[in-house]
Design a protein around this ligand. Sequence first.
Ligand code: AMP
Length: 308
Amino acid sequence: MSLLVIGSVAFDAIETPFGKTDKIIGGAATFVSLAASYSTKQVKLVAVVGDDFPQSDILTLQEHGIDTEGLQIKQGEKSFFWSGKYNTDLNSRETLVTELNVLADFDPIIPDAYQDCKYLMLGNLTPQIQRLVIQRLVNRPKLIVMDTMNFWMDIALDELLQTIQMVDVLSINDEEARQLSGEYSLVKAARKILALGPKFLIIKKGEHGALLFHKKQIFFCPALPLEDVFDPTGAGDTFAGGFIGHIAATDDISFENLKRAVIHGSAMASFCVEKFGTERLLNLTQEEIQEREKQFGDLVRVEEVLAQ
Ligand code: AMP
């Protein structure tokens, strides 16, 4: 089933304890689309870049079967730019620069051919624009997943709350869940956030995995312990892309299938962090992905142990 993805398409400059990059391709929608493209070839992108954005990177997206009809290229303007620096443990980072550039007055035009999308992924972006996309769709998608970050909580909280109210799944990290709810306990935080509107809440905890909340139920999926983590940038978006990609491909929004989607998203994110930026997401095979998912099963299988 077709999946509409909106979010930033960006230049990122990243510094980790293992090295530093100049401007490389990044952005929430880039990671989401690439990750989802391994599940469905019906990914349709709505985003904006400036004329500084390389045609070769747009081609890369197209080569992954991503429809870029909705990617606007603004002549004479600069692409969104984000720069971040990770601390030695790689679990926390500091944003050094956020230059909105073309994002500042982005008008998300949805091509007619995208109107039939059944699934919508609102990648990290101004909450007003995320909401505008929902309003511009003639039919409400079967499932709307939204990702956001502390940046928008700091500068646009009211707008953010209005958008959160309209979505089915909210995906944020633990720090953001605490900021949004004012609760330290993630269980209490989840209860408060679910009361804001979404039916499902995903709290990502970096190398400590992800939690999926629905009513009073909680599902946990660990992150795969990896020997080498190079760059966590985009891991959250890759997780979200894998998650919604799996749901779009299976067209099943049951809680059981959402749990399965969390495992797939976690597997995709485990690849993302192994190299800088999008590099590791460019040439994955289905066999590699299945092998990673199997490793998750081996990691957490407890039934046999309990039965002993
Ligand atoms: P993640 O590591 O999953 O939080 O996502 C990192 C990506 O988010 C980077 O590629 C950035 O370009 C993008 N990003 C950072 N800040 C923002 C923002 N305020 N709005 C939209 N995208 C952002």
